[in-house]
Design a protein around this ligand. Sequence first.
Ligand SMILES: Nc1ncnc2c1ncn2[C@@H]1O[C@H](COP(=O)(O)OP(=O)(O)O)[C@@H](O)[C@H]1O
Ligand SMILES: N[C@@H](CCOP(=O)(O)O)C(=O)O
Length: 309
Amino acid sequence: MKKTVTAFAPATVANVSCGFDILGFAIDQMGDKVTVTPNDLQQLRVIGISGDGGKLPLEPEKNTCSVAIQAMLDHLESNQGIDIYLEKGLPLGSGMGSSAASAAAALVAANELLGNPYNKIGLVPFAMEAERIACGSAHADNVAPSILGGFVLIRDYHPLDIIPLPVPQNLFCTLVHPHIELRTADSRSVLRKQLSLKEAVMQSGNIAGFIAALYENDLALLGRSLKDVIAEPSRALLIPGFYELRSGIQFLGALGSGISGSGPTIFILSPDQKTAEAVGGKAKEVFAQIGLGVDVFVSEVNKRGAFVI
Ligand SMILES: Nc1ncnc2c1ncn2[C@@H]1O[C@H](COP(=O)(O)OP(=O)(O)O)[C@@H](O)[C@H]1O
Ligand SMILES: N[C@@H](CCOP(=O)(O)O)C(=O)O
C-alpha cells in the first residue's frame, strides 16, 4: 500500500437554475485538498485541518472527509485505519459545494491509497453520505461534478443514474460570492414543498432545453434555459444584491444568471472571457453600492474533476 496520497477536488455550481438537485458543473482552480496516510489503529482520524478558521469538526462522524471514506470502507468491509489531513480552500456555506469538495478529495485520495477499487462514478454514493451529514440531504449535484468534472446530470436517485454531459466551447462562468454565510440546510428549509402543474411544465422545458444546448453547443438556447421556478423565488430573498446584480448586468452580453447551489454565491454564464470579466467588474460595483464585500472569480468549466496530486 502507498504511504501517503493527496488529492484535489474542485468547487461546483449545483442546480444551474433549471436543474434543482439534478444538475451541476465543476469550476477551475478553487477547491479543497485532502491527504490520507494509513495507520495501524483500524481507525479513521481527522488529524488536522487548515484554512477553515477552526470552524470544522475533527470528529470523524461529523467531518465530510471521514464520513465519505467510512462509507467506502463499510462497502469494502474493510477496517483499514486512515489519518486524514484537510486543506480547506473553499469558504464554508458558500454555495460553491464546499462540503462536497472535501468529501470528493478525500474519496479520490483514499481510493488511490487502497489500489483504486472504484471508478469515479462508483465513488459518488459515498460522497452523498457525507452531504447527508453536512446539510441533511444526500443530494449528488455537487459531489458528482466535483468528482467527475464537467456538467453532470443526476437523472434519478433511486437507483442512482449519473450522466456526464458535454461541455460547450467558449463557456465562461463568473462567480460572485457575497461575504455572508448561508447554510445549505437553512436554504433548503425555505423551499416550497409543492409545485403547480404550470411550474412543473416550465421547469421541465428549461432543463430539457439546457441539456439540448449542451449537446448542440447552442449558447443562446443555454441562456434561454437558465430559469428556475423551484428554488430561486424563495432563496433569492436570502441573498442581498441578487436582483440588483441581475439588472446591473442585463446589457453586458451574459447568457444568464442564477443562484449557485443554495447560495449566497451567484453564477453568471457568458459566451467569452471578456464578457465574464466585465460582469465581474459590474458585480463589484453593485455590491460596493449596497455595502457588502464580495469575491469575484472567472472560470471555465473544469472538465477534469478531482485528481490525485
Ligand atoms: N470537511 C468539511 N468541509 C466543509 N463543510 C463541512 C465539512 N465537514 C462538515 N462540514 C459542514 O458542512 C456545512 C457546510 O456545508 P454547506 O452548508 O453545504 O456549504 P456549501 O454550500 O459551501 O456546500 C457546515 O455546516 C460544515 O460544518
Ligand atoms: N441542490 C442543492 C445544492 C446545494 O449546493 P451548496 O453548494 O449550496 O451546498 C440545493 O439546492 O440545496
